[in-house]
Design a protein around this ligand. Structure first.
Ligand SMILES: [Zn+2]
Length: 147
């Protein structure tokens, strides 16, 4: 990882199989802040990421998504359907919401963060794809990504 500036925020999936500290080789000498949500999606994390920019100096945001993610198996429509069953009174707001899928999602999230007025222009955004089967970690450019 070529994160050079102090202050790294890692955005990754909540999946318990993922240990971002171990995967990225982060120990206590590197100040890394962890943000996790379903899929590790930026649109869900933008509030937290923008707040962190006001109280710290995260020069780098790492977006790490992974293979075999639950979000690759349950698509947006499935999640909406399940949530409407849980809370039918919230049907309108559930159907108007985006819950996200993991398909070209790293590229999408890099673009979202770079375009966001809430994220400083000089913030380095790094996209990483983690293969849960092999343990391989691949840097993803904006232009090409399977995840
Ligand atoms: Zn996941």
């Amino acid at each position: 990882m070529r994160a050079s500036r102090a202050g790294v925020v890692v955005l990754s999936c909540s999946d318990p199989r993922l240990n971002p500290y171990q995967i990225l080789g982060i120990d206590e000498t590197l100040k890394a802040t962890m943000v996790r949500n379903a899929g590790g999606r930026a649109f869900d994390a933008i509030r937290t990421l923008s707040v962190l920019q006001t109280i710290g100096a995260p020069g780098t945001i790492v977006v790490m998504h992974h293979t075999d993610c639950g979000m690759t198996h349950f698509h947006d429509a499935d999640i909406k359907k399940a949530l409407v069953e849980i809370a039918p009174q919230e049907k309108t707001s559930i159907e108007a919401s985006k819950f996200g899928e993991i398909k070209n999602s790293i590229r999408e999230d890099i673009e979202l963060l770079k375009a966001s007025p809430l994220i400083k222009d000089d913030t380095q955004i790094i996209g990483l794809a983690y293969d849960t089967a092999t343990g391989a970690l691949t840097e993803v450019e904006e232009a090409k990504s399977a995840l």
